[in-house]
Write a protein that binds this ligand. Structure first.
Ligand code: PGA
Length: 249
């Protein structure tokens, strides 16, 4: 499987700012291709169309969140058809900021995963424990709950259209990266759970996210069961994101 390097821009960038970074990323990847890596960008919804248009086939794009309905009276929400229309092929589901700031529960996230896959978008499902959960020894229980609730209804056909991002909540945007042992342990637990849920669970990519930077990307990518990176802050500048895309090569 190709290593996935994904940018999550969160609530950052106007359209001109987004096009400038996206254009630099596309131009650099065109000039010096990186066939070992699959590059994704999750921009804000307002610039999904222009970031998709700037891709020049060098990366795919996705929405950071969507609502599980085709259309209707859901003020402020975005439907899968609108994502297709704006050129997106992926949806980020269950990001910890959605779970913790917007109080999205596991069953709602499961509904979104089902709806997204049924509407022909790929899913990047985010999971991860809070610091109190980790300190209470609940790492495995939390990952099991988050993964089985979101994935157990999926047919084998979903493999190939789902990626998991392990993002320990205490490492997101804090500058605190999880250590190698912590990442290894969590990714091994996730791999075990994926094998329970899917007969071909080895084929589901598991990305690490949480304060990834150019300086630590290669080391994290070298770990067992790390099949990619989901990058927030360090993906906002083309230079540092591209350094992460090329890390360890
Ligand atoms: P960060 O964010 O790299 O800024 O920690 C990662 C994420 O939330 O996806």
């Amino acid at each position: 499987m190709k290593t996935i390097i994904a940018a999550n821009w969160k609530m950052n960038k106007t359209r001109p700012q987004a096009v400038a970074v996206a254009g630099d990323v596309a131009a650099s990847l065109k000039e010096s291709p990186v066939p070992e890596r699959e590059v994704l960008i999750f921009p804000p919804a307002t610039c999904l169309d222009c970031v998709s248009a700037a891709a020049d086939n060098m990366y795919e794009t996705g929405i950071q969140n969507l609502y599980p309905a085709e259309e209707g009276a859901f003020t402020g929400e975005i439907a899968p058809g609108m994502v297709h229309d704006a050129g997106g092929t992926w949806a980020l589901i269950g990001h910890s900021e959605r779970r913790h700031i917007f109080m999205e529960p596991d069953d709602f996230i499961a509904t979104k995963v089902n709806f997204t896959l049924a509407h022909d978008l790929k899913v990047m499902l985010c999971v991860g424990e809070t610091l109190p959960e980790r300190e209470a020894g609940q790492l495995r229980a939390v990952l099991l709950r988050q993964l089985t609730s979101a994935l157990s209804g999926q047919a084998a056909g979903a493999v190939g259209r789902i990626a998991i991002a392990y993002e320990p909540v205490w490492a997101i945007g804090t500058g605190k990266t999880a250590g190698s042992q912590e990442i290894l342990e969590a990714h091994e637990i996730i791999r075990d759970i994926l094998r329970m849920v899917f007969t071909s669970g080895d084929e589901v990519p598991i990305l690490y996210g949480g304060s990834v930077k150019p300086a630590n990307a290669a080391e994290i990518l070298a770990l067992d069961n790390v099949n990619g990176l989901l990058v927030g802050g360090a993906s906002l500048e083309a230079r540092s994101f591209l350094d992460i895309v090329r890390a360890g090569l």
